[in-house]
Structures are given as C-alpha cells and as structure tokens.
Design a protein around this ligand. Structure first.
Ligand SMILES: Nc1ncnc2c1ncn2[C@@H]1O[C@H](COP(=O)(O)OP(=O)(O)O)[C@@H](O)[C@H]1O
Ligand SMILES: [Mg+2]
Length: 217
C-alpha cells in the first residue's frame, strides 16, 4: 500500500485540489484510492459530496485516527491512500507525514509562498521524510518554455534543499470549473492542458513511489 500525504503550512496553495486530482488518477478499476480528509474545514469532503462518480472513497478523520484507519485500509486491500491536511495544526501535519510513503508540498511560485515552504520542510525533516515540492498556480507555459517565475521558484526551493517535481501545474480556470461539479480536470476536460499537467505530475509521483519501494526491498 502507498500513502501520500499532501502538506503545506500555508492555505490556498492547492493541497486539497491536488488531493482530489491525484486520488482520481490513483484509482484503478477494482482498486479505488482512499482519501482521508483530516482538515477540519472539510473542503475535500465538500467536493466529494458533489461527486457523482463513486470513486475514490473518502473518510473524514482526525489525525490521531490515521494509524488505525491505515491499518484497516491495508486489511481491506486498498492500494493507495491520499491524505489532505490543514495548514496550521502542526501535530496533525506531523501525524500525517509520519504515516506517509511520500510527502508532497505544493506551493505557489511567489516569494512569500516559497518562504513558507521552509517551515513545512522543517516538519518533514523532523519525521525523517524527504518531500517532493510541487509548483502549483504557475502562469501557463508559453512557446518560450517555462515562465521565468517558475525557474526562480525552482532555484529558491533547491537552495532550501527541496526536491522539486519536474511537472508544474498552471493556474487555470478549468480547475475551478471542474471542482464545482465535483469532478477533476481529467474528467471534466480530459484533452485539456490542465489535465495533461496533472497527469504528468501523477506519472512522476508513481515513478517516485516505485523507486522508494524498490529501495526498501
Ligand atoms: N492550478 C489551479 N488553477 C486554478 N485554481 C486553483 C489551482 N489550484 C488550486 N486552485 C484554487 O485555489 C483555491 C485554493 O486551493 P486549495 O486546493 O483549496 O488550497 P489549500 O488546500 O492548500 O488551502 C481553491 O479555490 C482552488 O480551487
Ligand atoms: Mg485545503
């Protein structure tokens, strides 16, 4: 079983949005992913209630319940769990990081957002995890390649010692449209640019998880 925790000590960076999107891509026929919403705001659960599709499953929980919930999921044969966390409750974030095979840290590419990543990395380090930073809300790519602000963000994150995902998710209105219908961009607009970006990110995450598993063997 693979557990992905999405954490950032800043709100609005895309934790919940990535949890939704990745959970749908992480679901295979016959093996739905499980979402654990441990943010008391329950934004993920709100989206899940709007959904018509019956995967993934979602449980609203408290961080203290995570070890038991994960054990129960393992017994049921669940393949992948994605945990969405609150921005400020340090103990909850630490608890969710502890049980993770991979910690994702989404951030906007702006300077103040990047400064906040350092505090999230510190938490990950405390529980011995090396997270993958994901740049979300970037300006869309142009013909000239990656926007300058993304390159600057990569450099700033690297100087903090963070590994940064090659895939970047741009700020796109289609994201909001999808969420408001309880879906994801991959379901709402499958051939679109947003869908392609999220898929590329998921493939990168899958590869990283397989690599971690291979090393653990
Ligand atoms: N790539 C994106 N493009 C457009 N809107 C986005 C994108 N990522 C997130 N959003 C929007 O930004 C807001 C904050 O995202 P959210 O996932 O709730 O962040 P967090 O969980 O970190 O607080 C939401 O309204 C969400 O719909
Ligand atoms: Mg959230």
């Amino acid at each position: 079983m693979q557990v992905i925790t999405i954490a950032a000590r800043k709100g609005g960076v895309g934790k919940t949005t990535l949890a939704m999107h990745l959970s749908v891509l992480a679901s295979n026929p016959g093996s739905p992913a499980l979402l654990l919403d441990i943010d008391p705001q329950r934004s993920l659960a709100w989206w899940h209630r709007l959904r018509e599709a019956d995967v993934p499953n979602l449980i609203e929980a408290d961080a203290r319940e995570l070890p038991d919930l994960i054990e129960a999921a393992r017994r049921e044969g669940i393949g992948r769990i994605i945990i969405d966390t609150p921005p400020h409750a340090e103990d909850s974030i630490l608890g969710a990081m502890r049980v993770a095979d991979l910690v994702l840290v989404p951030t906007r590419p702006g300077p103040l957002d990047l400064a906040a990543v350092a505090t999230t990395l510190e938490l990950a380090e405390r529980v011995g995890k090396s997270p993958l930073a994901v740049i979300n809300h970037s300006p869309p790519r142009t013909g000239q390649g990656e926007p300058a602000i993304v390159g600057e963000a990569r450099a700033a994150l690297a100087s903090m010692g963070a590994t940064v995902a090659a895939s970047v998710v741009a700020h796109r209105v289609s994201m909001s449209h999808a969420i408001l219908t309880g879906s994801t961009v991959n379901e709402h607009e499958p051939g679109g640019k947003a869908a392609a970006e999220v898929e590329a990110l998921w493939r990168e995450i899958e590869a990283r998880l397989s690599e971690t598993e291979r090393k653990a063997r």
